[in-house]
Design a protein around this ligand. Structure first.
Ligand SMILES: C[S@@+](CC[C@H](N)C(=O)[O-])C[C@H]1O[C@@H](n2cnc3c(N)ncnc32)[C@H](O)[C@@H]1O
Length: 277
């Protein structure tokens, strides 16, 4: 198997970082070598120096870059991830939203939704919320991995996606599929739509509707500070005043922006875009 020199790793990191923000850290070198080895072989390239030049300069480089991104970016996700935060969302954020929304429609964005478990979880939690009965819920999941989006649209999952669900949740929200797999029930699938979006593309994000809530969990951790700042700026543009931003438990906005206020709810800390009165 070809080995990556430190310089080749740096050049590959640069290509990936400017394409999607992902920082290929030094300690991921072996993983990158292993996952990309079949691509070198398929393309008949002898080493990673040639591979990164292929990504940059070959007419098919853009296509290959999408494959490399699919192979290298972590897509780990599962239903009902971070239950404490989800309880806060259900018990404290939704009632506030229901009280001050204009009309009876809520727009929710799962940014970096991977294979769909997060936006479907939100559909399950919101669809059954007593204060949202009769509301129009528009839940959008976006990702830059076409592979992840195609799994999301298919809405069929194996046991690992269900690792944090209870038997009651499995019975209520899923139908049995073949080979021990499950399928999201049509009612919960229907209100979720998916779209391709690179979070670095601020102009693309501006085409989305104004959001009441943005979930962006376990995505910013893979970016450098400057990229985080840009992505969070795009979130602040997309979020309506008084709307909420929920990040992963190891993520925060310290020293990134002053556009959000930190709100201490009884179960968790969340970010809110302040109202300008
Ligand atoms: C670890 S998963 C997190 C999934 C889900 N939010 C969760 O917390 O369970 C990170 C996702 O972010 C996506 N991602 C990474 N960089 C992105 C970018 N620049 N634009 C859009 N999606 C991106 C990856 O493709 C991956 O599906």
């Amino acid at each position: 198997m070809a080995e990556m020199t430190p310089e080749q790793l740096r050049l590959l990191r640069d290509v990936l970082q400017s394409a999607c923000g992902f920082v290929l850290r030094d300690d991921l070198k072996f993983i990158a070598e292993r996952r990309l080895a079949p691509r070198l072989e398929a393309l008949g390239l002898r080493d990673f120096g040639t591979y990164q030049r292929y990504l940059r300069y070959d007419p098919r480089g853009k296509e290959e870059l999408e494959l490399a991104i699919d192979l290298l970016l972590p897509r780990e996700t599962y239903f009902f991830r971070e239950p404490a935060q989800l309880s806060t969302f259900v018990d404290e954020v939704i009632p506030r939203l229901a009280q001050d929304a204009v009309g009876r429609t809520l727009h929710v964005w799962s940014a970096g939704c991977s294979s769909g478990e997060e936006p479907y979880t939100l559909s399950m939690l919101m669809g059954d919320h007593p204060q949202l009965s009769g509301w129009d819920l528009d839940i959008l999941g976006t990702d830059l991995s076409q592979k992840a989006l195609s799994l999301a649209r298919h809405a069929e999952y194996g046991p690992s996606a269900l690792r944090s669900t209870t038997p009651e949740q499995r019975a209520k929200f899923f139908d049995a599929a073949e080979q021990g797999r499950v399928r999201v029930k049509p009612a919960y699938k229907a209100r979720v739509r998916f779209g391709w979006l690179n979070l670095l593309d601020a102009a693309g994000a501006r085409l989305l509707p104004s959001m009441d809530v943005i979930f962006c969990r376990n995505v910013l951790i893979y970016f450098d500070t400057e990229t985080r700042r840009k992505v969070v700026q795009a979130f602040s543009e997309r979020l309506r005043e008084g709307g909420y931003l929920l990040l992963g438990h190891s993520e925060n906005l310290f020293s990134l922006t002053t556009k959000f206020e930190l709100v201490q709810l009884s179960g968790d800390l969340v970010y809110r875009k302040p109202r300008v009165d």
